[in-house]
Design a protein around this ligand. Structure first.
Ligand SMILES: Cc1cc2nc3c(=O)[nH]c(=O)nc-3n(C[C@H](O)[C@H](O)[C@H](O)COP(=O)(O)OP(=O)(O)OC[C@H]3O[C@@H](n4cnc5c(N)ncnc54)[C@H](O)[C@@H]3O)c2cc1C
Length: 336
């Protein structure tokens, strides 16, 4: 019908889907965002949480056209890395440098989940105010995804099942997490490396949420979880009665298109390989997936610019003796 706005479907209201929806709505398209949960805030199986992430500030906000700095709090890089429970320096250490600021590395915390103070809620408020249409309790299953119109943006994160439905290779991300609400609004973060995991553990707090996660490729053994718990108690004086497991799936390599779909966020493989930082990548790729609707050639160039180094780093990660480091040589989401 003449005058009817073109409709675009976005599936998944995490940071990638929300940024994509806001960008496309601003381009004058009619955006319908489908989310399987009853509200924003993602998978209740592992949120509320606090994520730490490097951010190119203000480059990232300029790139996506949304200033999200209000939802982020910068952390100190000093004295917050532990190796086998022993203090090993600050996070600059992971860049191969030891002096704060020397590497230019800056790291922020952001809250995830359904609470009003989360990044998800921050982006949702913008999207809703600007006129994005939301369909909650709308779970896209195999047939819905297969039959989705060309140009549908799939931003379903680590949710298991979808890769199998699509016939895409996947890798497993799993681990244990615990969470508590605390009195303090302190912003803290610490990284834990050592023999108890082939990935790492971290703690992070802000907005009165204290979160701890032990990541692993494949599974975490009960012995390794016990070691991590002991280290946490020694280093931060915290214990938890309840630890929950999580297991998600992620693609083996970055990809902007698959069949008739545009992939965004975790689905697009936009995850920094060393520490699985995905927040910056999710927001960047939300912008790029929107570009894929309006300017596909530019979107492909931008996609390659940011993800080109990921496969080589993933290969390095599989070699014996690999230890996580921010210094990956060729993968970081610097905007400039
Ligand atoms: C436990 C954990 C800790 C992490 N810690 C960090 C960290 O410290 N720093 C960092 O940078 N990154 C971290 N990450 C990675 C980061 O969370 C992801 O990279 C980021 O959330 C990706 O955003 P996304 O929008 O692609 O997906 P998500 O945020 O996962 O959002 C996907 C959305 O899609 C919805 N959905 C899923 N399937 C369907 C369907 N079939 N139909 C409709 N809706 C659907 C989900 O409910 C969800 O709302 C962590 C991830 C996990 C799981």
């Amino acid at each position: 019908m003449a005058g009817t706005k073109k409709e675009v479907i976005v599936v998944g209201a995490g940071p990638a889907g929300l940024v994509a929806a806001i960008c496309l709505n601003r381009e004058g398209l009619n955006v319908v965002l489908h989310e399987r949960q009853a509200r924003v805030g993602g998978e209740p199986g592992w949120h509320p949480s606090v994520h730490g992430t490097p951010v190119d500030d203000p480059g990232l906000w300029d790139y996506i056209g949304i200033d999200c700095s209000e939802a982020f709090a910068e952390i100190s890089l000093q004295d917050n890395v532990y190796v086998d429970g022993k203090p090993a320096g600050g996070m600059d250490l992971l860049m191969g440098k030891s002096t704060e600021g020397e590497s230019g590395l800056r790291i922020w915390n952001t809250e995830r989940g359904h609470r009003a103070t989360s990044l998800d809620s921050f982006l949702f408020r913008i999207a809703e105010n600007e006129g994005v249409n939301f369909e909650f309790n709308s779970f896209f299953k195999e047939d819905d995804i297969r039959n989705a119109p060309p140009g549908t943006i799939l931003a379903t994160g680590l949710s298991p099942g979808i890769y199998k439905w699509l016939g895409m290779d996947w890798t497993v991300m799993s681990g244990y997490w615990a969470y508590s609400e605390i009195e303090s609004d302190e912003v803290t973060a610490a990284a834990y490396l050592g023999g108890f995991t082939n990935e790492y553990g971290y703690t992070a707090s802000m907005n009165g949420v204290w979160y701890v996660l032990l990541f692993a490729r494949k599974e975490v053994s009960p012995e390794n979880l016990e070691t991590f718990k002991r280290i946490l108690e020694e280093c931060e004086g915290r214990t938890f009665d309840e630890w929950k497991t999580f297991a998600g799936q992620a693609p083996k390599e970055p990809r902007l298109y698959y069949r008739q779909l545009i992939l965004a966020g975790t689905m697009g493989g936009f995850v920094e390989p060393a520490f699985s930082f995905g927040i910056t990548g999710a927001m960047l790729s939300g912008r790029i997936s929107a570009m894929a609707v309006t300017n596909p050639e530019k979107a492909e160039r931008e996609f390659k610019r940011f993800t080109g180094g990921i496969p080589a780093h993933m290969a390095r990660k599989r070699k014996p003796g690999y230890a996580p480091t921010f210094k990956m040589g060729d993968v970081w989401f610097d905007i400039a």
